[in-house]
Ligand binder design. Structure first.
Ligand SMILES: [Zn+2]
Length: 108
């Protein structure tokens, strides 16, 4: 059994760029974080259409769009400062751990 919780460098509200998969190249905002399985739900990314059968017998089935979480490793944080997809680094400032952009070194 996997007991270690994935170390999540991303936060809710972060803008990310999709690096892999069907939505490669898309940008989106993180809506939800799932630290347990190391995945993130990104607004407008990894969407699937699903047929939902109507409960009423005489009605047609509906098509709904659902957004599925994707593995955090498939996305890169977009630095709010330099606007580039970057890796997240850490820096200790006054015994507090802060996230920094690996490219422009700005605190994120
Ligand atoms: Zn930056």
């Amino acid at each position: 059994m996997k007991s270690n919780i994935f170390k999540m460098k991303l936060k809710k509200g972060d803008m990310v760029k999709v690096l892999l998969g069907k939505d490669k190249g898309k940008n989106g905002k993180i809506e939800k974080i799932f630290p347990r399985d190391g995945s993130v739900l990104v607004d407008g990314v990894n969407q699937y259409k699903k047929h939902v059968k109507s409960r009423a017998a005489n009605q047609k089935s509906e098509i709904v769009t659902i957004t599925k979480p994707l593995v955090a490793g498939k996305v890169a944080l977009i630095c709010p400062k330099c606007k580039k997809p970057t890796r997240v680094g850490y820096k200790i400032v006054k015994s507090e751990k802060i996230r920094v952009c690996r490219k422009c070194k700005a605190a994120i």
